[in-house]
Design a protein around this ligand. Structure first.
Ligand code: GRF
Length: 189
């Protein structure tokens, strides 16, 4: 299974994928990593693993549709079976998604449909929920609103702040994402 991973930042989820492939826990290949942020640390992780990297910045295009078309052209060049948004901080529209129907998934740090959008862990703490978590879902035109593939639950502990809760959720994200990709590849999703 050939994957393209879209990133904007740190890239710990990308690293979890690369490690799982390296260890033989995931029978797949990251064919390309594409970032919309030139200095995203995720690009360094990809380079270290010998994965081709690309950077496509929104500011170089006059419209969102043109930017997404460039992104889609780049992704298509890697002939992906699956496109993984792993900390990619932009909402994608039709110009991108119509090119890869049923092939784009995202990881989000909340138990969707609660706490969509930015700062999901902070939203969870502010709502006072006792259970938080993470979700892998198909990407549709909404914000974190596509069909849910799988989730992991994380207990909110007394004294948790955004940092401690995010760290515990992130650990589960890494496991969940690799597992969801494996199941997608096996035709079980
Ligand atoms: C993760 O919490 C992910 O769920 C969210 O953005 C964060 C990305 O982290 N969409 P990383 O770049 O994979 O370390």
């Amino acid at each position: 299974m050939r994957m393209v991973v879209l990133v904007s930042g740190r890239g710990s989820n990308l690293q979890a994928i690369l490690d799982a492939i390296e260890d033989g826990r995931l029978a797949a290949e990251v064919a390309a990593v594409i970032s919309d942020v030139p200095d995203a640390y995720a690009l360094k992780r990809a380079e270290r693993a010998g994965v081709p990297t690309y950077c496509i910045e929104k500011r170089d295009y006059s419209s969102r549709a043109d930017f997404e078309t460039a992104l889609a052209d780049c992704a298509e060049g890697a002939r992906p079976d699956l496109i993984v948004l792993a900390g990619f901080m932009r909402v994608l529209g039709e110009a991108f998604l119509d090119r890869f129907p049923g092939k784009v998934i995202n990881i989000h740090p909340s138990l969707l449909p609660s706490f969509r959008g930015l700062e999901a862990q902070r939203q969870a703490l502010e709502a006072g929920v006792r259970y938080a978590g993470c979700t892998v879902h198909f990407v549709d035109l909404g914000v974190d609103s596509g069909l849910i593939i799988d989730q992991r639950v994380v207990r909110v502990l007394p004294g948790d702040d955004v940092e401690t809760l995010s760290a515990r959720i992130l650990e589960q994200e890494h496991d969940l994402l690799v597992d969801a990709i494996r199941r997608f590849g096996a035709g079980l999703v």
